[in-house]
Design a protein around this ligand. Structure first.
Ligand SMILES: NC(=O)C1=CN([C@@H]2O[C@H](COP(=O)(O)OP(=O)(O)OC[C@H]3O[C@@H](n4cnc5c(N)ncnc54)[C@H](O)[C@@H]3O)[C@@H](O)[C@H]2O)[C@@H](O)CC1
Ligand SMILES: Nc1ncnc2c1ncn2[C@@H]1O[C@H](COP(=O)(O)OP(=O)(O)O)[C@@H](O)[C@H]1O
Ligand SMILES: [K+]
Length: 501
């Protein structure tokens, strides 16, 4: 799947027209293909088509004509008094066909009778906050409990970022023209889009440009996972030092290490607090476990940094953070380790939180990946979880820029940014919304780093494998997504990774 921002879509549209393909033809093909989806998915008897003033509304007029042709009883709301260009031509056809045109005041009554709403109010020409009139219509659509098919992007969602500043339509299906719009795959826009489909509208490849956001699917990763080839020994196959766990959080350490083992590490070391070590040692048969100097609250003391660095002598990468705690001691420990190694480092969870307000990340020169969720990134940036959740693309890019590292922002979608590169992961499931799955992810990416992958590629591949493992678990067990526990991922990580070899 190709991902386009609003600007990229408008560029392709302009180039197609420069190549001699009339805009009206593109609109016709978009509307016809979308009407086909509406018929196949919803088999509507009565449809309300809500059309705004731009080309998105023009698509809506074509959809209305096609549904009318197919025998659906159609009502059309056209929000603008005067239309021009292709939308005007398509509206005129509806008038000639005596398709029923309704006024805003009639929308509620029409929604009561309709079994499908086509949302063609605002498309990629929209950004910011919807005006009062449109917001009123959107709220009525959302309150009606009728199936909704959105045209190109749900109205009120910023097609280029997924941001939602005010009212926005909740669709069951969003049908995008030519390329999926970025706003349909990044939260909160993704939750508004429902299922996202793409239809071809006649834009030739000559009109396309390189997208600024990469959709991380299996094809984009195939062959990129390093293999262990002869002659090999355990240290040449990836040696990972995981710095994780405390008395209260032994599981985080176990899950990170087990994720790393299944993602192909030749050998794993774990540094954890002396009090936590006996428990994790039992769970980690293959791992060399070092119980290091304990500090307050059963976590590792900053004084343990030298020992951990010494023990990392043969490591090829480090994962730092799962379950280490967020206190002052944790911060000093993380800073000391970071200052003492140029190996590739992944910082997760408490390690990210603890670096808020420090310059440790910005100063660091070695390859670095951070894997925060919105709360952790909010603390790091000082902006808060709410701001990060509302502006996921912006926030992850800002962090990658400010700290000069690779940023993987976790959530219902996963964004990976480094330098000018941005990608959105294609795999995953709500099943992953359970404690510990993030720890497994840190281990999987850590393993890929230890085996020589570069940070951006390791983060993309790790996120894909992790999400795919959840999909495979769901398929294999047939169990409810809610029943997944993080340790279920272990057996599926290898199979997911196998799909990329
Ligand atoms: N190749 C393409 O790009 C094609 C695009 N098509 C459609 O064209 C759309 C893009 O067309 P446009 O550029 O006309 O964009 P829109 O259809 O999104 O037009 C913007 C409309 O939103 C209104 N608006 C803007 N800000 C607003 C606000 N804050 N509150 C309320 N209303 C606001 C504007 O007055 C205008 O009527 C796409 O989403 C797609 O549906 C199709 O026609 C097929 C071809
Ligand atoms: N609704 C969801 N859909 C898909 N993936 C999700 C969803 N919720 C969470 N995830 C994924 O699950 C993992 C949770 O990690 P994290 O928040 O660090 O939890 P923990 O610290 O308990 O391990 C991340 O990889 C995240 O992207
Ligand atoms: K729309």
């Amino acid at each position: 799947m190709k991902l386009y921002t609003a600007e990229e879509m408008s560029r392709a549209d302009g180039r197609a027209q420069d190549l001699g393909i009339p805009g009206g033809v593109l609109m016709e093909r978009a509307g016809a293909a979308m009407a086909q989806v509406a018929l196949e998915r919803f088999s509507p008897n009565r449809a309300l088509i809500v059309c705004g003033g731009g080309n998105n509304g023009g698509d809506g007029f074509v959809i209305a004509r096609e549904l009318h042709r197919a025998g659906v009883e159609v009502a059309v709301l056209a929000t603008k008094d005067e239309y021009g260009g292709d939308p005007a031509i398509n509206l005129e056809a509806l008038r000639n066909l005596e398709v029923r045109l309704v006024r805003v005041e009639e929308v509620e009554a029409e929604l009561d009778r309709a079994d499908l709403v086509v949302d063609a109010l605002l498309g990629t020409g929209f950004s910011g906050e919807v005006r009062e009139k449109e917001a009123g219509i959107i709220e009525k659509i959302n309150g009606a409990g009728v199936s909704v098919l959105a045209v190109d992007v749900p109205s009120g969602v910023d097609g280029g970022t997924g941001e939602v500043a005010g009212a926005a339509v909740f669709a069951d299906v969003t049908v995008c023209a030519h390329a999926a719009k970025v706003g349909c795959v990044i939260s909160p826009g993704a939750e508004h889009a429902g299922e996202t489909l793409v239809v071809e509208i006649g834009i030739p490849p000559e009109a396309d440009s390189e997208p600024s956001l990469l959709w991380t699917d299996g094809a984009s990763l195939r062959g990129s996972i390093p293999r262990t080839s002869a002659p090999a020994h355990k240290y040449s196959a990836g040696a990972l030092m995981v710095v994780a766990g405390s008395r209260a959080m032994t599981g985080a350490a176990v899950m990170s290490v087990r994720g790393a083992e299944r993602a192909g590490c030749g050998i794993t070391f774990l540094a954890t607090s002396a009090g936590a070590a006996p428990a994790v040692d039992i769970a980690l048969t293959e791992t060399i476990v070092y119980g290091v100097e304990e500090g307050e609250f059963g976590g590792m003391s900053p004084g343990a940094a030298d020992e951990i660095l010494g023990r990392s002598e043969r490591a090829t990468a480090l994962v730092i953070g799962p379950g280490i705690g967020t206190g002052e001691e944790g911060r000093r420990l993380v800073e000391a380790i970071l200052a003492g190694t140029d190996l590739p480092v992944l910082l997760d969870a408490d390690a990210v939180t603890s670096l808020a307000g420090t310059d440790a990340l910005a100063r660091r020169e070695g390859p670095t990946v951070i894997t925060p969720h919105a709360g952790e990134l909010g603390r790091l940036l000082g902006s808060g979880a709410k701001e990060v959740s509302a502006r996921r693309l912006h926030s992850s890019r800002q962090a990658a820029h400010d700290y000069g590292c690779c940023v993987l922002l976790k959530g219902s979608d996963t964004i990976v940014v480094e330098g000018g590169k941005t990608s959105v992961n294609s795999t995953g499931s709500v099943a992953l919304a359970t404690a510990g799955t993030g720890d497994v992810l840190s281990g999987v990416i850590g393993a890929l780093l230890s085996r020589g992958m570069q940070p951006y590629e390791a983060a993309r591949a790790g996120a894909w494998i992790h999400g795919r493992a959840a999909e495979l678990w769901l398929r294999e067990t047939g169990w409810p997504a809610e029943s997944m526990v993080a340790t279920d991922l272990f057996d599926h990580v290898p199979r997911a990774m196998g799909e990329l070899l």
